[in-house]
Design a protein around this ligand. Structure first.
Ligand code: FMN
Length: 391
């Protein structure tokens, strides 16, 4: 018998993140799907991010009373009901109308943080006001520092609780599968444009109401006032500042009053230097395998980094998380929090805000079940239940 997922497009029937992914695949035109899914070059790291979880096995206890289970963690001195948050993803308006608002509202309804990208298709103020909840603002250090500074002060004024500086995109990754949809930067291939016609629902939901979403969050600084994700990638790539060092982190520390997080750390020494620099958190991440192909998976380096700096700052991790078991493994290896990139985007593409809630609901249930099956009652006990899979 051949096993198959539900073939319906109803996200409510999805019982796994993988099924939401299958729905997202059917819904999105190829150029948008490739932007969501793709990794850099041969996608070795994309596979590695997933494979890393299989190398870790559980040794559950038995006959332990697990009738009451606590899934909360402490993040920046505050209790958070779940060990997850939503990672920053640019151009979310390509996947559903007002995508960032949908993500942020879903996060707020689960009591978890939402991180908004610099290259969001909504202004950060719109998202803070429209969603409430815990808003974190992601920052790219653009060559034009006045743009960077303006985003920092807007985030401070709007009430963002954390500023997340992404440091692994100073040189832009080589996403070849993505590039294949373009004749040249900003110009879709005719075949990719025509392929959009095969996705009437996407056209109707995303394109018809407002046209192609634009980079509203930084529109005032863009030379092109129709700056949409297809047209302006080249501008953004040119604007990334490859000269940044720990000096810029110190500068941000001096102008940003709340929690400061650095995203894109894979090296234990860098983690130590960031702790010395007074940052409040790091995200162990390879940018969802979209930057340097061949780089290690965050899960492979997490234990050493957590051991070195876990007592001094908040250690977060992202990359490849699709299951509750994945999240529990990361917490067991020393992470304080896990960030979700594609997992919640699949929900967004499959069903907008309700789709994201559905994705978060699946993960909450899976985390809860995993803790119970492990024979423990809290996430802090999970560390003792992990072994290398060869054990
Ligand atoms: C479509 C997409 C857009 C992204 N845009 C950004 C971004 O604007 N800023 C950023 O720091 N990271 C960005 N990322 C990386 C995510 O924050 C996160 O590190 C990554 O998605 C985690 O891997 P996962 O997708 O396997 O969960 C993006 C990822 C995806 C999939």
């Amino acid at each position: 018998m051949q096993r198959r997922f539900h073939s319906s497009c109803d996200f409510r029937k999805a019982i796994t993140i993988e099924e939401l992914r299958a729905i997202a695949k059917r819904r999105l035109p190829a150029f948008a799907l490739e932007y969501l899914e793709g990794g850099a070059e041969d996608e070795v790291t994309l596979r590695r991010n997933r494979d890393a979880f299989e190398r870790i096995a559980f040794v559950p206890r038995t006959l332990a009373d697990v009738s009451k289970r606590d899934l909360s963690v402490e993040v920046f001195g505050k209790k958070s009901p779940l060990p997850i948050a939503i990672a920053p993803t640019g151009s979310s308006g390509l996947f559903a109308p007002r995508g960032d608002l949908a993500l942020a509202r879903a996060a707020a309804s689960f009591g978890i943080p939402f991180t908004q990208s610099t290259v969001s298709t909504l202004r950060l103020e719109t998202v803070v006001e429209g969603a409430g909840g815990q808003h974190w603002m992601q920052l790219y250090m653009l060559k034009d520092r006045s743009v960077t500074e303006a985003i920092v002060s807007r985030a401070a004024a709007a009430g963002s609780e954390a500023l997340v500086l992404t440091t692994d995109t100073v040189v832009f990754g080589n996403r070849e599968w993505d590039r294949r949809h373009y004749v040249r930067p900003g110009k879709l291939e005719l075949s990719s444009t025509l392929e959009v016609l095969l996705h009437p629902r996407w056209m109707w939901d995303v394109l018809v109401p407002n046209g192609m979403p634009v980079f509203e969050n930084i529109l005032e600084f863009m030379p092109d006032k129709n700056a949409n994700p297809v047209r302006t990638r080249a501008f953004l790539v040119r604007q990334m500042d490859p000269s940044i060092t720990f000096k810029e982190v110190a500068w941000l520390r001096s102008i940003w009053p709340r929690k400061l997080v650095v995203k894109g750390v894979l090296d234990v020494e860098d983690a130590g230097r960031l702790a010395d620099a007074g940052v409040d958190g790091i995200i162990v991440s390879n940018h969802g395998a979209r930057q340097l192909d061949g780089s290690v998976s965050p899960m492979d380096v997490l234990p050493k980094i957590a051991e070195a700096v876990g007592g001094r700052l908040c250690v977060m991790v992202d990359g490849g998380f699709r299951r509750g078991t994945d999240v529990v493994k990361a917490i067991g290896l020393g992470a304080h929090l896990v960030l979700l990139g594609r997992a919640t985007l699949y929900g967004l593409a499959a069903g907008g805000e309700e789709g994201v809630k559905h994705a978060l609901g699946i993960l909450r249930e899976e985390i809860d079940r995993t803790v119970g099956l492990l024979g423990v009652t809290s996430l802090s006990e999970c560390a003792t239940r992990l072994r290398p899979a060869s054990y």
